[in-house]
Design a protein around this ligand. Structure first.
Ligand code: OOG
Ligand code: NI
Length: 463
């Protein structure tokens, strides 16, 4: 019997989801085409350097998806489906707190965690869960109605969940079962044709468009799928040139002369899609809803906690400058602030321990009488080790809040006279029934292992 390994299930799921989403949202196909053009261009222009943060085959196939669920029980089921694909919850993002764009959800991302698995297929899914218990967004009455509505629906058929458990347990599935699993998994994220109760949807939309998208319907759907590009500024120009209105800015670090770090993202506004709407008198009419959009991203080097503090500080400086000079161009302001305040080379990022790298010992380094010492700057500067950047595989809460805005027309409402309901990574872990992993710990472990290897290779006590 032919067996299909987890990573092949993951790659096939990402591929089929992409085909399905391209049929549902044709603009996504345009985005994928333009991304491919951009990547080919960068490859021609930069050669091998273009693949420093991932092979072109990885980058071309690379996508992240976004989905939204309503309850801990639903999130628990989603975790079983992604568990089958070798994807684990990493990171806790609280989108309720964003100052200008609060959304009543908390989120994590399901993704592979080992370097080898990421290289095979890095598919990740940003997964958000509604927070009906947060009184800043939902009155007790609305909370009760919402929880009742959510408890009555079933997003994932039992057969899908059983196949998922089998795949996770054995690490693979027989071919026929794999086929069935993939079919049911993709189907679970298709846009449903079931009529939407218009009055209920609008009640929730007054709180937040995202609350309506999650809790106003009886099924779930993929919200967006995001290709990765090697030059997001070029992509932004090309999409604008094709007449696609993009959001105002590229989220994340600016374009500047130094290394690419973390994550830069941009998106176009949600498109009107025809949906069946049940009117208050019981009749069904075709209307339209705007919830699904296109997003694209460029990935850079993962920052250490110290590097991340630096990033957040520069972001705050940029905000302060723009508050004082509202007419200034955000990109220009951010660039000059970065050029003064952020390490300008990979070497500096490494030596100042602001970004994560794996270090390979250079065993054939020419003999010049010197001996390697345990100091990282010396090891790098004298050519004892080669530093290979670790790619940032996660998300940024502020960018995510900005991206969520792509489908919000109204601002929604948050009543700050109420106290927030408490959510954190531990609570989410309990609800999911699996630990929500700390992204910094994953990068640190990968870097640490490579340094141990360097120390061993050169007989140092530590590197
Ligand atoms: C998720 C928004 C966040 C990202 O890439 O930061 C996100 C959503 O709209 O459901 O996808
Ligand atoms: Ni996204």
């Amino acid at each position: 019997m032919k067996m299909i390994a987890q990573w092949r299930l993951r790659a096939a799921f990402a591929q089929r989801l992409s085909e399905m989403y391209g049929r549902e949202v044709p603009a996504y196909t345009t985005l994928v085409e333009v991304s491919r053009e951009v990547n080919q261009n960068v490859l021609r222009r930069a050669g091998a350097e273009a693949e420093r943060l991932g092979s072109i085959s990885r980058v071309t196939a690379e996508r992240h998806g976004a989905i939204r669920v309503g309850t801990p029980a639903e999130l628990h089921q989603v975790a079983r489906i992604f568990g089958a694909l070798g994807m684990h919850p990493v990171g806790f993002y609280d989108l309720r707190e964003a100052a200008s764009s609060a959304v009543p959800v908390v989120s994590t991302a399901f993704r592979p965690v080992e370097a080898g698995e990421l290289a095979r297929n890095p598919f990740r899914v940003f997964t958000s869960m509604l927070t009906p218990a947060d009184p800043r967004f939902f009155t007790p009455d609305l909370r009760e109605r919402l929880e009742r509505f959510l408890a009555a629906r079933q997003l994932f058929p039992p057969e899908l969940l059983e196949l998922a458990d089998q795949a996770e347990w054995h690490g693979e599935l027989p071919e026929a079962a794999a086929e069935r699993f993939l079919h049911l998994a993709v189907q679970a994220f298709e846009l449903s044709t079931e009529p939407v109760d218009r009055a209920w949807y609008e009640t929730l939309a007054r709180v937040s468009g995202v609350a309506a998208d999650i809790g106003g319907v009886t099924s779930t759907h993929i919200n967006h799928l995001t290709p990765r590009v090697l030059d997001i500024d070029d992509l932004y120009r090309r999409m604008t040139g094709r007449g696609v209105a993009m959001i105002d800015a590229i989220q994340g670090p600016p374009r500047w002369s130094g290394p690419d770090v973390l994550l830069r993202q941009t998106s176009f506004r949600a498109l009107a899609e025809p949906r069946a709407l049940r009117q208050p008198d019981g009749s069904v009419a075709t209307g339209s809803l705007r919830v699904r959009f296109g997003e694209v991203e460029a990935r850079g080097i993962a920052l250490t906690p110290a590097g991340r503090v630096g990033y957040d500080t520069l972001l705050a400086k940029t905000d302060a400058h723009l508050a004082a000079c509202p007419d200034a161009d955000r990109g220009e302001v951010a660039r000059s602030i970065w050029e003064q305040g952020f390490p300008a080379t990979e070497r500096d990022l490494a030596v100042e321990r602001q970004a994560f790298f794996t270090y390979d010992p250079v065993l054939d380094r020419s003999r010049d009488g010197r001996k390697p010492t345990a100091d990282l700057a010396t090891l790098i500067d004298q050519g004892w080790v080669r530093a290979v950047p670790i790619v940032y595989e996660d998300f940024l809460p502020r960018s995510a809040a900005g991206i969520f805005q792509s489908n919000l027309s109204g601002k929604g409402s948050r009543n700050d006279t109420q106290a927030a309901a408490r959510y954190d990574a531990d609570r989410l872990s309990d609800e999911i029934g699996r630990p929500v992993l700390d992204p910094f710990a994953l990068y640190a472990e990968q870097q640490g292992k490579s340094l141990e290897h360097v120390a061993q290779a050169f007989g140092l006590t530590e590197a």
